[in-house]
Design a protein around this ligand. Structure first.
Ligand code: NAI
Length: 394
């Protein structure tokens, strides 16, 4: 393997030969180095981040690693300025060695930028979901991509269950009515149901999807279904009573509620489009906390408007921050409800921030000291994809 080869080269000090000298900095870190340039793209937390230091994922609190990096002599640039060629992100990416981003305020590392990032060796996603990085471009340049796998999967699974409930029970318009000073029970109850007896299905039954299924068990749903090219282990499927459906149209046609819990990649971009929505049960609910671009923006808005969907809820958008006029902010079903959209925060509870800040630090530490990374965190390792979750590859 590449690792065995590189170890044997190291043992024989072969890296000192002229032919391999150019490879030394990228592949071999035998002793900790200082003076690395670490670039982080985070969101501005403003007043909240000053008042609440546990908002670690902000430019103010800098993942809590500023001092630690400084002590080791590394340069640490933190910015929220990420769009366009004059942004600090694009300015500093040209010579940064380490890039830290979060999915919440994604620094989009396009293939163009990968080309310009001549010194980049490792991208760390503080959180889960690295689709904002052109993964194939990173593979071709030998740039590693790691996530803090598992750091916020419970946070998201809880949000999914909440979102399913708020749609099925027609919660949002009910609360808005109360704030308006009105009281008309029938206007709410006409589209309020119980979860008990419904069929719920998840697209993607990985860490989050499975946790959603686990959390739904006590609701006595009619059935729990999943669609995933990776089947659950028998014992896991049995533990939650989940049935796998292998055809996507067949799957959605059986569900009262569909929840999306798969990564965004070539095989999931636009997966829930106008054609697929036709196969949903009339009046189904759709919850997507995975990635906005998995669902076609306009097709979803049209399906909600026509009543083909009774509700759509989630926290992820095709572009983030979402523009003020994004149709998902205000789209409604025919009786004026069914919208449970929020900004991207399901995976960034304070509990989750502690975990992903810690995990990002651990990945950095491993990188600085040349230690092995935790295998589940590796999306792209030194020789390519090490996960099966970002699409089926040969
Ligand atoms: P995971 O890797 O544990 O599970 C993903 C599952 O999706 C795998 O079982 C994989 O086989 C399946 N999958 C991939 N492509 C598929 C396809 N075409 N059709 C059906 N299934 C497919 O990942 P995890 O931890 O469950 O996270 C899933 C995604 O959730 C992340 O990639 C991220 O995009 C999103 N996420 C959102 C957060 C938020 O704050 N809203 C926070 C954390 C994750």
């Amino acid at each position: 393997s590449f690792r065995q080869l590189s170890n044997s080269l190291l043992r024989r000090s072969a890296y000192k030969t002229p032919a391999l000298q150019g490879l030394t900095p990228r592949f071999f870190h035998s002793s900790p180095r200082n003076n690395m340039k670490v670039l982080a793209v985070l969101y501005d937390g403003h007043k909240a981040a000053v008042e609440e230091p546990r908002l670690l994922g902000t430019t103010e609190n800098k993942l809590g690693i500023q001092e630690w990096l400084k002590e080791q002599g590394h340069e640490y640039i933190v910015t929220s300025d990420k769009e366009g060629p004059d942004s600090l992100f694009q300015k500093h990416i040209v010579d940064a060695e380490v890039l830290i981003t979060t999915p919440f305020h994604p620094g989009y590392l396009t293939a163009d930028l990968v080309e310009k990032a001549k010194n980049l060796k490792i991208c760390i996603t503080a959180g889960v979901g690295s689709d904002h990085i052109d993964l194939n471009a990173c593979v071709s340049k030998g740039i590693q991509v790691l996530e803090v796998t598992g750091s916020n999967v419970v946070s998201v699974a809880e949000h999914v269950v909440m979102s399913i409930l708020l749609l099925v029970r027609n919660f949002v318009p009910a609360h808005e009515m109360i704030e308006r000073g009105d009281w008309q029970v029938s206007d709410i109850a006409r589209l309020a149901f119980d979860l008990e007896g419904k069929v719920i299905g998840t697209i993607g039954a990985g860490r989050i999807g499975y946790r959603v299924l686990q959390r739904l068990v006590p609701f006595d749903c009619k059935e729990l279904l999943y669609y995933d090219y990776a089947p659950l282990p028998d014992a896991a499927a049995k533990a939650v009573g989940a049935r796998r459906v292998e055809d996507l149209k067949d799957f959605v046609s059986q569900c009262d509620v569909v929840t999306v819990n798969a990564p965004l990649h070539e095989g999931t971009r636009g997966l829930v489009n106008a054609e697929l929505l036709k196969h949903f049960k009339k009046g189904a609910w759709l919850v997507n906390t995975a990635r906005g671009a998995i669902c076609d923006k306009d097709a979803v808005a049209a399906a909600l408007k026509s009543g083909q969907l009774s509700g759509y809820s989630g926290d992820v958008w095709n572009v983030q921050p979402a523009p003020k006029d994004h149709v998902w902010r205000t789209m409604k079903n025919p009786i004026g409800g069914g919208n449970g959209m929020v900004p991207h925060y399901s995976g960034t509870t304070l509990d989750a921030q502690a975990r992903y800040a810690n995990g990002a630090k651990k990945i950095l530490e491993n990188y600085f000291t040349g230690k092995e990374q935790n295998p589940p965190d590796i999306i792209i390792g030194k020789t390519g994809y090490e996960t099966k979750a970002y699409g089926q590859r040969k």
